[in-house]
Design a protein around this ligand. Structure first.
Ligand code: H79
Length: 703
């Protein structure tokens, strides 16, 4: 802690109203409208995980709040509009000694926890995630472990305590965002380049983080802990595991996001495989496309304008309609929506944010049943909108059909829905008394007639359709083999999604028809083939046409180098590269020989590149698949052809590719670069016919 900040804290102390500590939350407190919280062990069964996640899955919609010292400059520094919002210390390269005195200016006299919680509740939000600490390190609660907290400001109130209590009174679950990265803590590493303070100790920082987490959990009883800033090189998988386990040991009911550990895949945010901790994926500013595996929990967090922290000049607010449709889109894919507000330096929500939230609340007041407690759509796409669904007592299922764009003829179609509707009619969720909408079967589709335009909500009209059983949708046949290359003929199996439909296929690239020659479910592939398959119901095509392309190739002949020694040659390059091609012409920093593809020669932590060249010895002729996992970018070339392209700036990401190789030696080249953040490079292979990747034994590399 810089001396002057300590002095400042002492000077300010005299004028403080001492904060009255909020009593710790009643352990049994919980909103009546949510499934109860359950205590499950750290090592839990799938059923126990489901029980712990139940309230969060049902909630579907939450409020994010970014508020702290950065709300005072609000994107202005030294009279200039710099932008940067909550990142301003980093974007403007402000020294902690120049940033930390903002503490003496923090006096948000308009802060009203009750109002914030009410706005969230009225918008239909069921939890609220507030920044206990963002990357700047300032703590919004009186912490026993730092002076860089709200207690050292003119506004010495327990902000998190007031908010937690207000949320509970509104039936909103209080949750906390807590940054791992900390630009001002004296022990946090790495330092910013312009921060010349000596010292720093990672292990001591983790200890400090853990003590603060204990304090936060015991005092405020958060439903979710939302970590962030995990991507810097200092934070390890081991730190992630220990932190997750610590949090769940203090309160086994807590739900923790995947940024606690190092398994997040970039801004898309899902967790890659490999035993990483974290209960849900965290796409940031993006909504995943369909096709997410079922049972994966995720939450898209998004700003309402362009900034997380307050910036008066950022008026690029999304419309109410856009926000409602994003919520619906996310719910239709089985995710949660965490929508951000950045209150200003006085503690006020921006007027535009209040207006949008009130609008979302108006729509929710009629349609919340189509969001809360619903599950993902059974349809992959619907031309006119989205679908969410919920189980009905007695084994039926209720579909909520969200009409974004009313078709010209006023009829919405549910393609391939084979399940019988419970009644002959559907009705409007917002106006059940307004009359019944006719439902008709049309082959494999169901068609519903919408009411006249006047009845339609321009944002999203929700139609309820009850089914006698869970929706059975014929989406398309399943082909078990992926597109790819092959050497020897093989057999592809096609599976029908349902016994009531027939399969038809073509191998000449044409659309399958009911008369198509091939009606078998096993097809021998002996030449380059485009296989297309569709389902038919009563002779009518239903669902999607599924396509696979299989290319017959000749294995690439091996080479016989003049001299053969063990290992690979490597060369390093220095610079802030963003693509593999960026260092093609760069001067070589150092060179040498290494036994296998690893980073043992690494010149420094950041902004470098390595190229490996040599030969790989292939034991048997066949299709060899290679996987390259790197942070940041990498490529694998064999015989000058690109086998794995994992190029570009990203966090840890694995890509794979296949090539047909003859037994023997083949020229290989791996290029890798690291910008900032963690560094990682792993090359593995999968022999012909194998489904898994294994390390490549070092004796296979030659030069
Ligand atoms: O708190 C808000 C932002 O301040 C914070 N997260 C939200 C919730 C945020 N920090 N950084 N960013 C957003 C953007 C940073 C992206 C990157 Fe990376 C960090 C690019 C490279 C390192 C994440 C990790 C994406 C790729 C690797």
């Amino acid at each position: 802690m810089p001396l002057h900040t300590t002095l400042l804290a002492i000077a300010l102390a005299a004028s403080h109203t001492p904060s009255s500590p909020t009593p710790p939350p009643d352990a049994d407190w919980w909103p009546r409208h949510l499934p109860s919280r359950v205590v499950t062990p750290l090592e839990e069964t799938p059923a126990q995980l489901d029980a712990r996640m139940a309230w969060w899955r049902e909630a579907r919609f939450g409020m994010f709040i970014h508020w702290g010292l950065y709300s005072i400059p609000g994107g202005y520094w030294e009279g200039r509009r710099t932008g940067g919002a909550e990142w301003i210390l980093n974007s403007v390269k402000i020294h902690p000694d120049d940033y930390m005195p903002l503490q003496s200016q923090f006096d948000p006299v308009d802060f009203d926890a009750r109002e914030w919680a009410m706005i969230a509740n009225n918008a239909g939000m069921r939890y609220l995630v507030v920044t206990s600490k963002h990357h700047d390190g300032f703590c919004l609660w009186p912490s026993a472990f730092t002076d860089f907290d709200v207690e050292g400001t003119p506004f010495a109130r327990d902000i998190l305590g007031e908010l937690a209590e207000a949320c509970r009174n509104e039936g909103v679950v209080p949750c906390l965002y807590h940054s791992i990265m900390d630009w001002t803590h004296p022990d946090y590493l790495p330092r910013r380049a312009w921060d010349d303070r000596p010292g720093g100790d990672h292990d001591r920082y983790v200890e400090h983080l853990h003590r603060q987490l204990e304090e936060l959990i015991e005092r405020y009883g958060p439903g979710v802990l939302w970590f962030d800033g995990e991507w810097e090189g200092t934070w390890t998988h081991d730190d992630g595991q220990r932190t997750y386990d610590l949090v769940r040991r203090i309160d086994p009911r807590i739900i923790v996001n995947n940024r606690v550990d190092t398994g997040r895949t970039g801004m898309a945010g899902l967790t890659r495989s490999g035993g990483y901790r974290g209960d849900f994926g965290t796409p940031e500013q993006e909504i995943p496309t369909t096709g997410l595996p079922e049972g994966v929990d995720w939450e898209t967090c998004m700003t309402m304008n362009r900034s997380w922290g307050y910036q008066s000049f950022d008026l690029a607010y999304k419309t109410t309609s856009d926000l409602v449709r994003k919520l619906v889109d996310i719910a239709s894919k089985g995710g949660n929506f965490l929508l951000n507000v950045g209150p200003d330096e006085r503690g006020r929500f921006p007027a535009e944010a209040k207006e949008r939230l009130a609008g979302v609340g108006r729509w929710m007041s009629f349609n919340d049943d189509s969001i809360h407690g619903t599950r993902a759509s059974p349809f992959s796409t619907l031309e006119w909108g989205r679908c969410t669904r919920a189980s009905l007592p007695g084994g039926g299922e209720r579909l909520y059909l969200h009409v974004f764009d009313r078709p010209e003829d006023g009829v919405i179609r549910l393609p391939g829905l084979l399940t019988r509707p419970m009644h002959e009619a559907a009705y409007l969720l917002a106006a059940p008394g307004a009359g019944r909408l006719a439902v008709e079967r049309d082959g494999a589709d169901l068609a519903i007639e919408l009411p006249a335009d006047a009845m339609v909500d321009p944002i999203d009209t929700v139609v309820i359709l009850d089914l006698v059983a869970p929706a059975l949708v014929v989406d398309g046949p399943r082909i078990t083999v992926d597109s790819g290359i092959f050497i020897e003929p093989f057999t592809v199996t096609i599976e029908s999604p349902d016994p009531t439909v027939q399969l038809r296929s073509t191998t000449d690239g044409s659309d399958p028809t009911f008369d198509s020659r091939i009606d078998v479910d096993e097809i021998e592939i002996d030449r380059t083939t485009t296989l297309r398959t569709a389902c038919f119901f009563d002779g009518v095509p239903v669902g999607a046409v599924v396509e696979r392309r299989f290319e017959r190739v000749m294995p690439v002949a091996s080479v016989q180098p003049f001299v053969i020694r063990d290992g690979l040659a490597w060369r390093t390059f220095l610079g802030g590269f963003e693509r593999v091609s960026d260092f093609a012409e760069a001067p070589v920093e150092r060179e040498g020989v290494v036994a296998t593809v690893d980073l043992s020669m690494q010149p420094r932590d950041e902004n470098f590149a390595v190229t490996f060249t040599g030969f790989i010895e292939i034991p048997t002729t066949g299709i060899w698949t290679f996987a390259l996992d790197s942070d940041d970018g990498s490529t694998l070339r064999i015989h000058d052809s690109m086998v794995v392209d994992n190029d570009g700036l990203h966090s840890a990401l694995e890509k794979s590719g296949a090539i047909a190789l003859e037994a023997g030696l083949h020229p290989i080249r791996v290029d890798y670069f690291e910008g900032t953040g963690q560094d990682d490079l792993i090359l593995r292979w999968s022999p012909p016919g194998s489904a898994t990747f294994a390390p490549i034994p070092p004796e296979r590399f030659k030069r």
